[in-house]
Write a protein that binds this ligand. Structure first.
Ligand SMILES: O=C(O)[C@@H](O)[C@H](O)[C@H](O)C(=O)CO
Length: 494
């Protein structure tokens, strides 16, 4: 360590070389009289600080050879945020394309930064839903810590976001905001009445008539007397369709407004407020999208992005399923509506939707928000399949045996019996599972079960070996992300 300390003191860390210590040269930073670098040793990653001053004094660590070796702790991350503002998340607003790069493991962000750096799009590195936290056993503190240290490690100073994703409960919104999350994705699925879809026209009319007359005349006056004029959007309301949309979305619109007034308007900082109506059984027609957006604008609710549920299937970790011509027609209207109301269209379950990425880039004019998460986990699984076949086989088999349990969390149409049996696949061919939709979804939605699985003695059945493998293959994992997420960006026109 002494030679490293001397190299840092001289500001010439590129001259330092050691088989036991990998220095992330891009992390080298000088603040006042403190010099700082992030390194990887056999014992894991740590900060090495040299010099004196507030930053040096406030970092918690042990003195080694005249310098300070500090853990990548939550407390030290908060200190770094104070002295290195670029390590704290920021809101981006509606005028720059953004990409959610959900990292369920806390080790993918370096590869994400290497992929996105220099492109006309900004990363939301700290994106996790409460569902993901529950399944991985992580906290939002963990998510922010991992993203901030990755930003330091890569010396990335173009800004990153932190998205409290698919938040339904006020306590979760308060939790994310308290920690400084800069994006909130309000999941309105529990306020959207999907039961309306199964009613007959007569039942819908009868239910609609039970609404207050003032509410009915409000909607009828705004949407039936004249078709909305949104350049690029094809919108036509019929009395029957309007009644259905009012019954499906009115309560959700009230929920959106209530959360906006209670949590967003009262903030002393910018937060990107996203409305998510994608995780519902009801596809969002362009007319329904316009109705929700128009009501929000007239209530003074300003949003950063809206995530409709598109026609067809945006399932996890695999390409679009559906009629691409219909998707294109409706996408044109959805994108035009977003432009009209001055927010970005948000594409959830954006992982691997390669067949429609060019359309999304085209119709949004490159101004969109897209979310990925599962595909980043699957790139880690791909690395394991390549370098640790025994572990992959055990994980695959466990996922197969527990698949039905995982379908409680994610909507998929996977046929696990179509997956080639492990016994018929050589070690060399295991990575090919990541090219097959059913296997991708098998390994995708069971991530929580796999990471939390325990042996009889309480030890982790896979997680420790999984993370050790990924730590040994850090560069392979980053290269895989650069390739795979790079393909996403290329097809999106970035
Ligand atoms: O798995 C989750 O809960 C999230 O990744 C969620 O699916 C996210 O909003 C998303 O769409 C990622 O593609």
């Amino acid at each position: 360590m002494k030679q490293l300390i001397e190299a840092i003191q001289s500001g010439n860390i590129s001259a330092f070389a050691s088989p036991a210590i990998h220095v992330y040269e891009a992390s080298f930073t000088q603040i006042g009289s403190t010099s700082l670098v992030l390194v990887r040793t056999e014992a894991g990653k740590k900060l090495i600080a040299v010099g004196e001053g507030d930053l040096y004094d406030q970092l918690q660590g042990e003195i080694v050879d005249g310098g300070k070796a500090a853990p990548l702790s939550h407390e030290n991350r908060l200190t770094l945020n104070k002295f290195l503002p670029y390590t704290a998340p920021q809101a981006f607003g509606t005028q720059v394309a953004t990409m959610g790069l959900g990292d369920r493991l806390g080790i993918a962000s370096p590869g994400h930064i290497q992929t996105i750096r220099g492109k006309d799009i900004r990363p939301v590195l700290a994106q996790q839903s409460i569902r993901e936290l529950a399944l991985t056993g992580r906290t939002y503190e963990d998510v922010l810590d991992a993203a901030a240290y990755a930003v330091l490690q890569e010396g990335y100073k173009d800004g990153y976001g932190a998205d409290g994703d698919h938040l339904k409960k006020e306590e979760d919104i308060e939790y994310a905001l308290r920690l400084g999350f800069t994006m909130l994705t309000l999941d309105c699925s529990e306020n959207i009445d999907n039961t309306i879809e199964s009613l007959s026209e007569a039942e819908i009319a009868a239910k609609y008539e039970q609404l207050p007359a003032s509410l009915r005349s409000h909607y009828e006056g705004r949407y039936l007397l004249a078709a909305p004029n949104v350049p690029g959007a094809t919108l036509a309301y019929t009395p029957e369709a309007l009644k259905k949309d009012v019954l499906i979305y009115d309560a959700a619109i009230n929920f959106m407004e209530a959360i906006f007034r209670k949590y967003i308007v009262t903030l002393d900082r910018a937060v990107d407020f996203e409305i998510s109506i994608d995780e519902t059984a009801t596809p969002t027609s362009p007319e329904a999208h316009y109705l929700v957006a128009n009501e929000l604008r007239d209530r003074g609710v300003a949003i950063f992005s809206m995530a409709p549920r598109f026609c067809g299937e945006f399932q996890k970790g695999i390409d679009y399923i559906g009629d691409i011509a219909q998707f294109e027609r409706e996408l044109a209207s959805h994108a035009a509506i977003a432009v009209h109301f001055e927010y970005k269209l948000s594409i959830h379950s954006g992982s691997d939707k390669f067949s429609v990425f060019p359309l999304i880039g085209q119709y949004t004019n490159g101004l969109f928000h897209i979310k990925t998460a599962g595909t980043n986990w699957l790139e880690a699984v791909r690395v394991v399949a390549k370098v640790n076949p025994s572990l992959y086989r055990r994980m695959h088999q466990y996922a197969f045996e527990h698949f039905n349990e995982a379908t409680a969390y994610y909507h998929v149409t996977t046929d696990i019996n179509a997956i080639v049996p492990l016994a018929e696949v050589s070690d060399a061919d295991l990575p090919n599972y990541m090219e097959e939709n059913n296997a991708r979804q098998l390994l995708h939605i069971t991530y929580g079960l796999l990471l939390q699985a325990k042996n009889a003695d309480g030890s982790k059945q896979f997680a420790d070996e999984f993370f050790q493998t990924l730590a040994e293959q850090e560069d392979v994992f980053a290269a895989g992300l650069r390739h795979h997420i790079g393909r996403h960006l290329e097809l999106l026109g970035k």
